[in-house]
Design a protein around this ligand. Structure first.
Ligand code: PMP
Length: 368
């Protein structure tokens, strides 16, 4: 009998187009990745040592990932009983979705924001509602709009703070106002907290409905190891732990490297400071180019509005020089590019290319 994929696929899932994953053409250049908000630095010395000395890949990770959860709890100053870890923060968000989404459950987000929220919660059958951020340059959190939207069907509000891709750090009072005004969960995604110098994990201690989400991918430079975590409400932990997979999907080697990284915090903090200093230098250089607007960022990337109405010309011109940055197809962001903070020498090349392209566009030699 003929087999049809749609006979077995969950009815609400749309197939992804292959186009999504295609890599830009960098010709003969070795690509420099300034498009995924990774750290440009290698492992910290202690993490590298743990990696080099790792020998026990034949045995399962520690039961419950207890040592990793303890190390993270100590880092944040919270109880390890409330920590869930996962193969990157994406995986922790997946555990959250598995635990709280019934068909049609509403999840509120404020776009433009991290694309995984919509795609993952919709995959689980949630109705994802966008209460959009305010316009540029402030990209303000729509606090009252979010509060007004919450109904008995709303189970979760996600606030990405600082926000990806705008880089915006929202005022703490606004976040607290939302938390205090609703009876659903409020998840604060702090993937970039270490670059902002601001953390709201204390809110997860103070309020029963707050989750804070964190990752070792950014400031700790462990994106390839996939280690994310979250602080969850104590009363809900039995359910979250029921949904979390065995060993929380964190490999033994990733756990060992993450624990060692947390013993090297001075090193990691110095890297984060270097990143912030370089972000400020790059932002100033970009802002000095005619027609370019750099939005304030509290993260390890900057969102930049370019002259013309299509940023893809700049993405392509940079890719041709081996420099990968992120472009957008969403209407409000089509003229923008997002640049991850890498090394100064990469940024110097990037500035040169952008100066040249902007001059072409502004002189009318090409249409952007
Ligand atoms: N949240 C935000 C806001 C992010 O930008 C990212 C990664 N780009 C993640 C979560 C996921 O991080 P990871 O899965 O690497 O831990």
């Amino acid at each position: 009998m003929a087999f049809s994929p749609t006979r077995v696929i969950r009815s609400h899932i749309e197939p992804e187009s292959a186009y999504h994953r295609s890599e830009p053409d960098t010709g003969d250049h070795l690509p420099v990745r300034l498009d995924w908000n990774e750290s440009p630095y290698g492992l910290s010395p202690k993490a590298q040592k743990a990696y080099d000395e790792f020998r026990s890949g034949n045995i399962y990770p520690a039961i419950d990932q207890a040592p990793l959860r303890q190390a993270l709890a100590e880092y944040l100053g919270v109880s390890d009983e409330r920590i869930i870890v996962g193969a990157g923060l994406d995986d922790v968000i997946n555990t959250l979705a598995m635990t709280i989404v019934d068909p049609g459950t509403e999840v509120i987000i404020s776009e433009p924001t991290f694309g995984v929220y919509r795609s993952l919660f919709e995959l689980h059958g949630a109705q994802v509602t966008d209460i959009p951020l305010g316009g540029a340059p402030d990209h303000a959190l729509p606090t009252q709009g979010i509060i007004d939207r919450v109904s008995t069907n709303t189970r979760l509000i996600i606030i990405c703070n600082p926000n990806n891709p705008t880089g915006t750090l929202f005022p703490r009072e606004e976040i607290v106002r939302i938390i205090e005004s609703v009876d659903c969960l409020v998840a604060i995604d702090e993937a970039y907290a270490e670059f902002s110098g601001v953390s709201h994990t204390d809110l997860a201690e103070r309020y029963e409905n707050v989750i804070t989400l964190r990752t070792m991918s950014k400031f700790a430079g462990l994106a390839g190891f996939r280690v994310g975590y979250g602080v969850f409400p104590g009363a809900l932990m039995p359910w979250f732990r029921r949904a979390a997979p065995a060993f929380f999907n964190v490999s033994a080697v990733s756990a060992a490297v993450a624990i060692a990284s947390l013993q090297d915090l001075d090193h990691l903090r110095a890297n984060a400071e270097r990143t912030v200093a370089e972000r400020n230098r790059l932002s100033a250089k970009l802002a000095a180019i005619d027609g370019v607007t750099v939005y304030p960022s509290a993260t390890n990337f900057v969102l930049v509005a370019m002259p013309g109405d299509d940023g893809s010309r700049y993405v392509d011109a940079l890719a041709a020089e081996g420099l990968l940055v992120r472009g957008y197809r969403e209407p409000g962001l089509r003229h923008c590019i997002r640049i991850s903070i890498g090394l100064p020498e990469h940024h110097d090349r990037l500035i040169e290319v952008l100066r040249r392209e902007v001059a072409n566009v502004l002189s009318g030699a090409v249409r952007a």
